[in-house]
Design a protein around this ligand. Sequence first.
Ligand code: PBG
Length: 326
Amino acid sequence: MSQLTRRPRRLRSTPAIRRLVAETRVHPSQLILPVFVADGLDEPRPISSLPGVVQHTLESVRAEADAAAAAGLGGIAIFGVPDAGDKDESGTGGYAEDGILNRAVAAVRAETGDDLTIFADTCLDEFTTHGHCGVLDADGAVDNDATIELYGRQAVSQARAGAHFVAPSGMMDGQVGVIREALDLAGFSDVGILAYSAKYASAFYGPFREAVGSSLQGDRRAYQQDPANRREGRLEAALDELQGADIVMVKPAGHYLDVLADVAAASQVPVAAYQVSGEYAMIAAAAERGWIDRQAALTEAVTCIVRAGADVVLTYAARELAGWLR
Ligand code: PBG
């Protein structure tokens, strides 16, 4: 057997050699922590389907942002959770200056300044009584062109509140272009756009819907992409790049590594991937039962997302990962 010239195992034989030849390294600075900030809370409230994740108060999110900056994370992605009574048909709470999302953005910016990059969720679903990502037309369908005008207003309000990036997640056609124009006209040409470009209508958003108290009946298949489609992911990312996206994103991440690799190969701008609530929750739940090793599974999942081509990863485990990667 000594005539075997190629023995790939040689490069796996010690931890030091494995580290030496690892093709993929995950660094805390490429991780973004998604957080939820709820109106009218006295103290943080756990989210049952997202173990370890809470709805924050305006106070506690500041502490979370501090900890994220201290851990060396790249950024924080902020989602607002309004009082149920503050929702309406057109999601005005999403762009009101004193809406919970804009107050949260301002609070975090006051706390961490430029040390932590702030991404504001630019979407209306948390703020609409029907739970859809935009306004409805007479037939009850989401009205694309009326909705993107509102996204433009929302993005400007978020820039005013202190967001470094706005992050349109509603999958309306032309949303990035309208937002870019609105930001520039309002004097915010330095505020960037992280575009949720290839976002699929996924069952893995389940725990997020609990986290934001979603009012959605039905689904988002008339605007989010069909999980069966791969080529379309490239098209969506290319269109967003043309409209001025600074970073394009694929979402979910773990089951969409083919789409992610396609987008990464074609993109001229950095590529992000979102390890969504269901991806995180499945690992967390299995680990709670002792069926899987939490640290090993989360580290592997995020490493594989980076291996597939993500420059940036949104993950609920960002802070924990930063500690493990140290
Ligand atoms: C919509 C939005 C969703 C997520 C991020 N932004 C939910 C949806 O599209 O239904 C899901 C994120 C996750 O599951 O972690 N504003």
